[in-house]
Design a protein around this ligand. Structure first.
Ligand SMILES: [Zn+2]
Length: 341
């Protein structure tokens, strides 16, 4: 039951419109706290805060895709925590593999036809929760010499600061390719990090026709990105050290990082094996986004002999479970289990 509903709704509508206009994300918890301050008599009884939050949640959730998306894309402010999980959104662009061929109709290019190995043109990245996109790109001379040592070093330093690296096709492309360039350029193994491969998540969880990042953002999630499509010619020009092409490549790379962050934030709650932010921050919080704002659901998660309370995050919507068994010791003794063989 909510009093002054009309005023509250009008305020929420204005707030959401204002934030969306400035492309800012909507913090539902903050919004519900503002509502309680502004309309103290709207929610009556105990748990006023909870009531206001669930009201805001329901309203924004049912109020069109855009608000829903903005709501889900909240990034938790870790500034007051003792430890801030460093989540790096990363994308690297590499050169084509050169090969010497006699004709265009050879379907198979043997290893003896290949020339120098590929190298890195550029890398771009951003930290979650920070607007700055940064990175590095070869200059013309480095591209002609196929020398990516300088940009491998700047990437190496960033990677050593990351707890988690998010990349689309991370496990098969970005991570092993990046490591090869570290090896070739004489760097020791980087410090350990955990990986979120968004391509793997898309393949495992959803049945999209294509799992290419630009297709997913444009055709599935309907996020209007600024990204232009570029042809193979750009890679060829970069390979020959064209300064304009290298600049365009870096811009393309940077746009990809922004697109990847949006994609990741929308699917984040669906990632079952997300690196555990509760463990990284040593706090009681949502494993997927780090928010402390979550609620118990009516559901339980069962293993073969244990049962755990299921919670849902009020910030990103992820579901997760408690670690203590929901079944008392006495009841647990009565439970029978199946045989493995
Ligand atoms: Zn969450």
């Amino acid at each position: 039951m909510i009093k002054q509903k009309e005023h509250v709704d009008k305020f929420i509508k204005w707030y959401v419109g204002d934030k969306s206009k400035n492309n800012e994300r909507i913090n539902k918890t903050k919004l519900s706290d503002i509502i309680i301050d502004m309309f103290p008599t709207s929610f009556v009884g105990d748990n006023k805060k909870e009531k206001a939050r669930s009201y805001v949640r329901n309203l924004l959730g049912a109020n069109g895709n855009n608000n829903r998306k903005y709501a889900k894309m909240n990034v938790v402010d870790f500034s007051e925590r003792t430890y801030d999980p460093k989540i790096l959104i990363l994308d690297i662009e590499t050169s084509p593999q050169a090969a010497l061929i006699f004709g265009l109709f050879n379907k198979y290019i043997g290893i003896e036809h290949t020339d120098e190995d590929w190298f890195m043109f550029s890398w771009a990245a951003k930290w979650i929760g920070d607007d700055k996109v940064f990175g590095d790109v070869l200059n013309s001379e480095e591209a002609v010499n196929q020398d990516d040592c300088r940009i491998a070093e700047s990437l190496y330093n960033i990677v050593n600061d990351a707890d988690i690296i998010v990349a689309h096709n991370a496990d098969k492309f970005d991570i092993p390719r990046m490591k090869l360039r570290f090896l070739v350029n004489g760097f020791p193994p980087p410090l350990p990090f955990q990986v979120v491969d968004t391509l793997k998540v898309w393949k495992r969880e959803f049945g999209s026709t294509s799992n290419r990042l630009d297709y997913l953002n444009r055709n599935v999630l309907k996020i209007e990105g600024k990204k232009e499509t570029v042809g193979f010619n750009l890679w060829k020009r970069c390979y020959h050290g064209d300064a304009d092409a290298l600049r365009d490549m870096y811009e393309y790379n940077r746009q990809d990082v922004v697109a990847l962050e949006e994609n990741y934030l929308i699917i984040r709650s669906w990632i079952h094996s997300h690196p555990n932010l509760s463990l990284i921050t040593h706090t009681d919080c949502c494993p997927n986004c780090g928010s402390k704002d979550y609620s118990e659901t009516k559901s339980v998660y069962r293993t073969s002999v244990s049962e755990f309370i299921v919670h849902r995050c009020n910030n990103c919507d992820a579901i997760f479970r408690s670690r203590s068994n929901n079944i008392s010791k006495d009841d647990n003794k009565k439970i029978i289990t199946t045989t493995a063989r």
